[in-house]
Ligand binder design. Sequence first.
Ligand code: OFO
Length: 173
Amino acid sequence: MISKKMSDSLNTHMNLELFSAHLYLVMSSCANDLGLKGAANWFFVQYREEMVHFMKFYTYLTDQGVVISLPANKAIPNKYKSLLEMMQKTLAHENLITSCINNLSEQAVQEKDHATQIFLQWFVTEQIEEENNDRDLIAKLKIVGDNGHGILMIDSEMAQRTFVPLAGSPLAV
Ligand code: OFO
């Protein structure tokens, strides 16, 4: 059993996860346009991970007997000057997601909704990893600055990222 207030909050966040997926898919395209195929790969993997996050919320809500709603998505930004700007926007977005997850967790605690607390724990941990990855890349990009060789080395590193489907994941796109 889940309260209407809790399911509305989770539905709102589910849509934010879908927005995250689309944000990173567009960033993948923008990185490709900058000639950075490795970064394009990194953002495409991020897009796939966000679709898994979206589906986790979808599955949880439908398993709880909730009919989801998908309001029209906001426009997705598609103008970036550099990979550093993209990564800084990525970290800012993930900071927002973290605070939303924390708010959802707080609501679940207040409602004594133990099932939702357990469901959200995976996301609490995931956000630490996501923010950490973004900070690492931002630090490296700041070190190399405008040095093209340095940026291409980071791009090569970003090309190595692979999508790892979660065990029992509802989605393996
Ligand atoms: Fe990037 O963690 Fe979901 O949104």
